[in-house]
Design a protein around this ligand. Structure first.
Ligand SMILES: [Zn+2]
Length: 376
């Protein structure tokens, strides 16, 4: 399986003059891309990159080279195809409200996309990253753009890039934003595992992750979260505390999935976002769980590590996973009291997060997609 990993690096070491030129290129890129979007929108017969014939590249009036026109045209085509695939389109809350009032769906038609000029995806023919000799570690070199422009932009030392490059990979694309670049690498992971453990993972703030093998991981995140809450939002100390938490989450997940012999990991889906209002976040109930932001971040990191370690990643509905007794299935809110679980019917008593993780795994394995994963 091929996966893509990317990382960002700032453009703040570029001179004002260079940034001005870069902005000029981005403005032109947006204009050319929007020209192609209009064209492809009216020509649905163009479905893949190879359908874009040479004549089409020549259509827009621009000082861009053929290579840049090609980049813009490809981006335009993928935007058009994405928009026409309405299954992927998510309706806005306003649209959904109108539909609810009318009792019928009226926003199912595809909406023509617009390129906003915030970024451009360049091929390796126009943008390359090279190792530097001087104080800056890397250079972004943009050429073959047009008007004989050639831009050399210094980038800060970039550990992730050097690591990827060291393992013999080359950047598959460079996405240039107005103030940072995003460098992507393609990594071959191999097929997903055929054998191994299936685990359920419950997330919380006493233990970041509790696994159904009765493992408790990330047991020191609670003080990190309260540290963030004590700091003034946006301050340096606040950012530092957030970074510390982020590092802890990354490390916990990374260590857990490394050489773990896990074949399947099941988590809870993100809970209803509507709950994440101010009043709710102050309530007693909410202080016991991870904030939605932290939970989404945790899920993202788990998914990433699963991909890298050839582990299947699935999630299930969180409905009553903390209230169900894994021994007799009796489900009642009062079964759980804080960190303790005690079944009011059969007396089964266990750590509550561990019970949650058992129920999460059970829900998936007994569900319609779980059949292929059943182990002994
Ligand atoms: Zn029970």
């Amino acid at each position: 399986m091929k996966i893509t990993r990317s990382s960002k690096t700032t453009l703040k070491f570029a001179t004002a003059e260079k940034l001005k030129i870069l902005n000029e290129i981005l403005d032109e890129y947006a204009q050319v891309t929007n020209f192609f979007i209009d064209y492809f929108w009216e020509h649905p017969e163009i479905k893949i990159k190879n359908d874009i014939k040479k004549e089409i590249y020549g259509l827009p009036e621009t000082w861009f080279t053929a290579r840049m026109r090609q980049c813009a045209a490809r981006e335009a085509l993928s935007m058009v195809l994405g928009a026409k695939n309405t299954e992927n389109r998510r309706k806005s809350s306003a649209e959904r409200e109108v539909e609810e009032l009318l009792g019928q769906e009226i926003f199912n038609d595809p909406v023509k996309p617009v390129h906003n000029g915030k970024k451009m995806t360049l091929s390796s023919q126009t943008a390359v990253i090279e190792k530097g000799r001087n104080s800056f570690d890397l250079w972004l070199i943009i050429s073959s753009v047009g008007k004989e422009m050639k831009l050399y932009i210094p980038l800060k030392k970039h550990r992730q890039f050097l690591r990827w490059e060291h393992s013999g990979k080359t950047a598959s694309s460079v996405v240039i934003h107005r103030d940072y670049v995003q460098i992507s690498f393609e990594i071959e992971t191999g097929e997903k595992k055929e054998f191994g453990k299936a685990v359920g993972i419950d997330a919380g703030i006493n233990h970041l992750m509790t696994a159904s093998e009765r493992e408790f991981l990330g047991n020191d995140i609670k003080p990190l979260i309260s540290k963030i809450k004590r700091k003034h939002q946006g301050s340096k100390a606040y950012k530092r505390a957030k970074k510390e938490l982020s590092y802890c989450i990354h490390k916990t997940v990374k260590d857990y999935f490394k050489n773990s012999g896990i074949r399947l990991a099941v988590t809870e889906k993100l809970k209803n976002l509507k709950q994440n209002t101010k009043e709710k976040s102050e309530s007693k109930e909410f202080r016991k769980t991870l904030s939605n932001w932290n939970y989404r971040e945790l899920l993202r990191i788990i998914q990433m590590r699963c991909e890298e370690n050839r582990v299947f990643f699935r999630s299930v509905s969180p409905f009553k996973t903390s209230q169900r007794c894994p021994r007799c299935t009796h489900t009642q809110r009062e079964n759980r009291k804080g960190e303790e679980f005690e079944c009011l019917k059969c007396g089964y008593a266990e750590q509550a997060d561990y019970v949650g993780s058992l129920n999460i795994l059970h829900r998936f394995l007994t569900g319609r997609y779980g059949a292929g994963f059943k182990t002994d």
